[in-house]
Ligand binder design. Structure first.
Ligand code: HEC
Ligand code: HEC
Length: 286
């Protein structure tokens, strides 16, 4: 046992991980003075989590059926394209998000949560009704369809000049937002968006949605909703914690960068992994 511990310590110190032993008080970092400790921001309590029932999770999406509902609607559900655009690229005037190329699991989760009122559409007030009009199979079909629509990563990049000219939503500075996306705001305790959403927000599916190349106006409204707690369907309150530390100008800056953030960086020419649902009936792992 002794020999094992000695070997373990040797191995740890080789990795630069010398364990701090209680014997040496000098090795324990002094506690920060109380005055410097900032109080944790108040984060609204998460609603009771309601995971999708197993039977729903197992449903396999049919791309062709999803495309038909997207274009033509079904029963009480209006055609999705009337607000989200012909292929799902979203619209800044309506404040609708891009859906095309977004992850299957993420899209289906949102539709399920609109239907169960765990997320409320306060922008146009329609998505809760729309989602309630869809069966669980319809939700899987549409999510399979939209996740299969492959377009340029920046096909929905917002025209910031137009939005600025329209004057309804303030527009931030791209170069300031880039720092937040890649490095966060250490002095405000904001984590880098890339630490969860991957490089430039290209997504870490299935949990962390693609936010790079998303519509500017939609990004701004969602960040404000996470901040005031009116959107609270994020696992572990992760987004509410991040947004609670953002100032208005941080939100405008970060959204200005994200809407046209390139998915690849200098020195790395690999495109992000995209799940390709091979054929109708196939469900993407993401
Ligand atoms: C009348 C306009 C309208 C119609 C029709 C509509 N949507 Fe929406 N949708 C919105 C708006 C506005 C939002 C943003 C809600 C918010 O601000 O929280 C949204 C959000 C969403 C989201 C959340 C995306 C994300 O990134 O989290 C999904 C998924 C979605 N819609 C799917 C659909 C589907 C599927 C249909 C068709 C069955 C549809 N929508 C029809 C207006 C519409
Ligand atoms: C600790 C992890 C974490 C960090 C850091 C983080 N996010 Fe998120 N974010 C999430 C999760 C998880 C979701 C998905 C919530 C859900 O399931 O509805 C999300 C969702 C979002 C959405 C909603 C996307 C949509 O389509 O509706 C936006 C916008 C967003 N994040 C922006 C940001 C920005 C900007 C930053 C950096 C300032 C950031 N996030 C940092 C975890 C994180």
């Amino acid at each position: 046992m002794r020999r094992f511990l000695t070997a373990l310590f040797a191995a740890l110190s080789l990795c630069g991980l010398t364990p701090v032993l209680a014997e040496d008080p000098a090795a324990v970092p002094a506690a920060a003075p109380a005055a410097e400790v900032t109080a944790a921001p108040a984060v609204p309590a998460a609603p009771t989590p309601q995971p999708m029932p197993n039977g729903v999770l197992k449903l396999v999406g049919n791309i062709e059926a999803g495309k038909k509902i997207f274009n033509e609607g079904k029963g009480e559900a209006p055609p999705c394209m009337s607000c989200h655009g012909e292929t799902g690229l979203g619209d800044d005037n309506m404040g609708t998000p891009r859906l095309s190329g977004q992850g299957f699991v993420y899209l289906r989760k949102q539709l399920y949560e609109f239907a169960t009122d765990h997320r409320t559409d306060t922008t146009m007030g329609v998505m809760n009704g729309v989602a309630k009009a869809l069966s669980d199979q319809d939700k899987a079909d549409i999510s399979a369809y939209e996740s299969s629509v492959q377009q340029g990563a920046l096909a929905a990049a917002s025209n910031l000049e137009e939005i600025k000219a329209a004057g309804a939503v303030p527009v931030g500075e791209r170069h300031l937002g880039k720092g937040i996306v890649l490095y966060g705001i250490p002095e405000q305790g904001v984590a880098a968006c890339s630490s969860c959403h991957q490089y430039n927000g290209r997504g870490a599916l299935p949990v962390y949605p693609i936010i790079g190349g998303q519509r500017y106006v939609y990004l701004v409204t969602q960040l404000k909703k996470w901040r005031d707690g009116s959107r609270a369907n994020d696992p572990l309150a992760q987004m509410r914690v991040v947004a609670s530390k953002l100032k208005d100008e941080d939100i405008y800056n970060v959204a200005a960068y994200l809407t046209s953030a390139p998915t690849i960086g200098g020195g790395n020419s690999r495109e992000p992994h995209q799940a390709q649902p091979a054929a109708a009936g196939a469900v993407a792992a993401h």
